[in-house]
Design a protein around this ligand. Sequence first.
Ligand SMILES: Cc1ncc(COP(=O)(O)O)c(C=O)c1O
Length: 479
Amino acid sequence: MNNDILHQAYDPEQFRQQGHQLVDRLADYLAQMQQGSTLAVLPWQSPEDKLHAWQADFDNSPQPTINQFFDQVLMESIHIHHPRYVGHQVATPAPAAALAGLLSAFLNNGMAVYEMGPVSSAIERLVMKQIAAKVGYDSLGGGIMTSGGTLANLTALLAARQAKTNGEAWQKGTRGQLALMVSEEAHYCVDRAVKIMGWGETGMIRVPVNDYYQIRTDQLTPYFQQARKEGKKVIAVVASACSTSTGSYDNLDEIARFCQQYDLWMHVDGAHGAAAAFSDKYRSQVAGLSQADSITLDFHKMLMTPALTTGLLFKNERLSFDTFSQRASYLLNEDEEDWSNSGKRTVECTKRMMSIQVYALLRTYGWKLWDENITRLYDLANNFASMIQQHPAIELAITPQANIICFRYAPFGVPMAQLNTLNAQIRQQVIEEGKFYIVQTQLKGEVFLRVTLMNPFTTEAMLEELLNDVRQKGNALNC
Ligand SMILES: Cc1ncc(COP(=O)(O)O)c(C=O)c1O
């Protein structure tokens, strides 16, 4: 058998050389980004043009020049490490966490069972217990790691369903119309989880929000009573901490009181904002968090790890073993509530060694790293909001509660429909020009520009530049 190609693919010396080159390239790239690179944050190309270009590359393959390929990927990607990247809620990965990600990819310890990931299983247990304590849970608290906030929310709701149907839902299915209550501003993945569970649109009870886009807790009881009248069995409330569009924190203490009164499962979708629990200055944003039955927390948002790295915490971890009571005799023993075979409690069978990315940061820098990052990002958001308020033609949607700020170009006298078009055009011009990357959202049907401050090296001066840019583009489009 001619196995030269197999030897080449696993050649240690080639790996060493290519790996060193790649890390050197990434280190130079990071330095360039931190020095305020003039590269476009998003090198814009239409999806069709991009596809054609890569098709041409593929048609030319195989090509032995892997570092050339890496370089091309680097140059054509959106530059998350750029301090002018102020768009979606994606972490600026810290190098130590990214290196742990490389180690995970290389070792490929799949983790469904302890034997297939002894280190990462133990570390996952350790990290989840530590974080459970940090959010205020007692020794019954703990959790698992899973591939993203979307999956964590679904997993939490499956646990809620099992707990609130006397442990029958998984084996026997559900009877009657189950439902949950959630703010109309919740992330769309909650709606998706409800539909995946087969509860349909009637299973989603959307509670209106107040002027700060927080769930109206005065409406919880009337919506609950109405649902009961309609024959629904409400089993849970999902609180947003914080919401995606505006970064608004629901009132967790009041939701907890309501859930206790009616024996409902309280889940906190803290994919983005539960991280405030690590900031001494901003911890009060999540007051009441420890009363939740479960909490989703994405490390790949404000906690500086590459995606996907998510924690799902349970106040009473024992309940997480009931979610999937499923026999897979070659892998899992159904009777044991052991922590070490993580596949018993996750949707995934195989998963990445995500815990080592979190631990790499904690072990190297301690809790202080997250405290400083979150405090910096939230402080910066407050400063940015003050700057917006000083620009007469620019309107701030609400005072930020997190590192998400919504604003728009809104000079006096321009009709609403025109403002919507203008702001959508401004955003498109901004991203195509490449000096900044920002996104947009709709608040009560109106278009707003949206910034999420994810990079601690974004400065007030850069944000002032962004505001001037928005105003100039708006004025030019509006004349
Ligand atoms: C509040 C909230 N929940 C859930 C998600 C989904 O998380 P993921 O992208 O990790 O699946 C997001 C993502 O932005 C979010 O903001």
